[in-house]
Design a protein around this ligand. Structure first.
Ligand code: DON
Length: 572
């Protein structure tokens, strides 16, 4: 005591107190051992490619809001992330303004008017393998350009042309590709060649290497059309003609009328609650929001945080909830403009409690004994996600897709972009799995102008009336369970945003009846206990690329960029 009180020692006392303050405050924030510079007060962009993240950050710094940055990132990803980016595809946006207003935009692709229920079946009624994937007939009418125009019209602040220009520059001047993109391009090179006999610029005879310059002149011209003419720069005029010519060359279905008739739709956000967190998510035609809210309801009453991250009880409970929710998805989810999707019934707490009533701790419930639930009162590997927050506190969560990696792998000749193969997300035939192993029936059957069901789950969480998290991911059927786990990792297991995103994941989707796990997701003791109860555990490769932002209680933003990809977080 004398040591500290002695006046000669007072400077030391002060220093000691200051050091202790820093140590304790950093411990409380859980940031010891992390990069403390991962704290941003003015805004953040987390997306799939570094150059696109930089574009978004520049827009925010220029005074653009989150929607402006989203538009710029969307077009920049078209150039830098051809696996999934996206003027030839579609997606969903969930928006929350700084004041708490919520909205969603559905710019999902639609079946062309010439599509029909049995279009992928042969004369014997069997699904023709691959026809809904790598053919001209696998493409839905693209929605992304209309979506961006609509989002900007309603919420944008900066000029449209200013948001397109960075993407045009990247396409025109080129950018140095990452090792991962070089590998992806090399892996797909022979398919690009086979499917585009007229030539393409993504395959390279001597192979791509890290840091090679990728220049896309045709794409730059297409983006200039969109910059100068907005919606008409894509759905009318030269680019529309190029799309229709491409369709004629390859027996595709999209016509000029389909393009002119395409419009994205504003839909009320789906809102749920988990332990006091408000969950703002995407309604149908995505199944993601409904499924996420059902899953959260099913596990809410259990002490997950006490059991611990990926311990056997935690995994068992989550897997059993997933099994039941994916069974419901197969029967009840589809495009609400065509099918009466029983959203309210599926989200009734009593319904979800009853779905879990036959769950037992003793053993796995076989999927054969689980059917879609009975609802009372009711008749009848590539996508990309980005999360953005701006200085004012507006938040945008967008997932967009071409479906497969590089979509159908078919270019629109002369226009420099790839077409989606989203038609595979329809159920080609009841009970026959699509490329993600998902089954469906009437709700998601093919009909002209209908939107195919999606699993994309762009989501925003709010706590005590304030922004809490922006989250989403690609990953086909695993999207829903990856978002589910990322939310629980923060809310139940107290992980930082980056830890929550990086943590290993597992997945169950009713059929096939197996738990897919990333290597190391479940420790050997928990795994042995689960196997003893009859769970079939199958190791798989990396699952999803979650890009998320957390608003901490210290009021700064903390990003989580998925280390499974080139995903990048940038803030200021
Ligand atoms: O909308 C869907 O659910 C799918 N088309 C998403 C595909 C996907 O995430 C593939 N990426 N890894």
């Amino acid at each position: 005591m004398y040591y500290f009180l002695n006046s000669n020692r007072r400077p030391f006392l002060l220093l000691t107190l200051i050091s202790l303050f820093f140590i304790f405050s950093n411990c409380a924030r859980g940031t010891l051992g992390q990069n403390i510079s991962d704290e941003y007060h003015n805004g953040m962009v987390v997306c799939a490619y570094p150059d696109a993240a930089q574009v978004g950050l520049n827009i925010l710094k220029k005074g653009g809001n989150a929607v402006d940055a989203a538009v710029a990132v969307q077009f920049a990803l078209e150039v830098t992330h051809p696996e999934a980016g996206n003027i030839g595809g579609g997606g969903f946006m969930v928006f929350r303004s700084a004041k708490g207003e919520t909205n969603t935009l559905d710019f999902r692709e639609k079946a062309p008017a010439g599509a029909s229920q049995n279009m992928y079946l042969d004369s014997a009624g069997n699904v023709i393998p691959g026809m809904s994937i790598s053919t001209h007939a696998s493409s839905g009418v693209p929605g992304s350009v209309d979506g961006m125009v609509e989002a900007h019209r309603k919420y944008g602040h900066l000029k449209w042309a200013e948001l397109l220009q960075p993407a045009i520059d990247l396409a025109h001047n080129g950018f140095n590709i990452t090792k991962r993109l070089a590998n992806d391009l090399n892996r797909t090179g022979s398919e690009f060649k086979k499917l585009n006999p007229g030539g393409n610029y993504l395959s390279k005879d001597d192979g791509w290497k890290e840091r090679d310059l990728l220049v896309q002149e045709d794409l730059a011209k297409t983006l200039e059309q969109i910059r100068d003419k907005g919606r008409d720069g894509f759905y009318d005029g030269i680019v529309a003609d190029q799309i229709v010519d491409e369709m004629k060359d390859g027996k595709g279905l999209i016509t000029k009328t389909d393009l002119q008739n395409y419009h994205s739709v504003w839909r009320n956000a789906l809102i749920g609650n988990y332990k006091g967190y408000k969950v703002i998510t995407m309604p149908p035609p995505s199944s993601g929001g409904v499924a996420l809210l059902q899953l959260l309801q099913m596990v809410e009453k259990y002490p997950l945080s006490r059991w611990g991250f990926n311990r056997d009880s935690t995994v068992q409970l989550m897997v059993e909830a997933e099994r039941r929710v994916y069974a419901d998805r197969s029967k009840y989810l589809g495009d609400p403009d065509f099918y009466n999707v029983p959203v309210d019934s599926l989200l009734r707490p009593a319904y979800n409690a009853s779905r879990m009533s036959n769950f037992t701790w003793d053993k796995a419930t076989p999927s054969t004994s689980i059917q879609p639930g009975k609802i009372t009162g009711y008749e009848s590997d590539q996508t990309t996600h980005y999360s953005i927050v701006d200085r004012g506190g507006n938040a945008v969560s967008i997932t967009t897709t071409l479906n497969n990696s590089f979509g159908s792998k078919i270019f629109v000749k002369g226009a420099g972009f790839l077409l989606n193969d989203e038609m595979d997300d329809f159920s080609s035939k009841p009970g026959v799995p699509n490329m993600f192993g998902l089954v469906g029936g009437k709700a998601n059957s093919i009909q002209p102008n209908k939107r195919m069901l999606s699993s994309m789950t762009p989501t925003i969480l709010e706590k005590d009336g304030k922004l809490f998290m922006v989250v989403g991911t690609p990953g086909g059927s695993t999207i829903i369970t990856s978002v589910f786990q990322t939310i629980l990792n923060v809310v139940e297991f107290n992980k930082s945003m980056q830890q929550a995103v990086s943590s290993k994941r597992f997945h169950h989707q009713w059929l096939p009846d197996e738990v897919d796990v990333e290597k190391g997701a479940i420790d050997s003791t928990s795994r042995a206990k689960l196997e003893q109860k009859g769970y079939k555990i199958v190791e798989r490769g990396p699952s999803g690329r979650v890009d998320a932002i957390l608003k901490t209680k210290w009021n700064y933003y903390e990003g989580g960029a998925d280390p499974r990809g080139d995903d990048t977080k940038m803030g200021w």
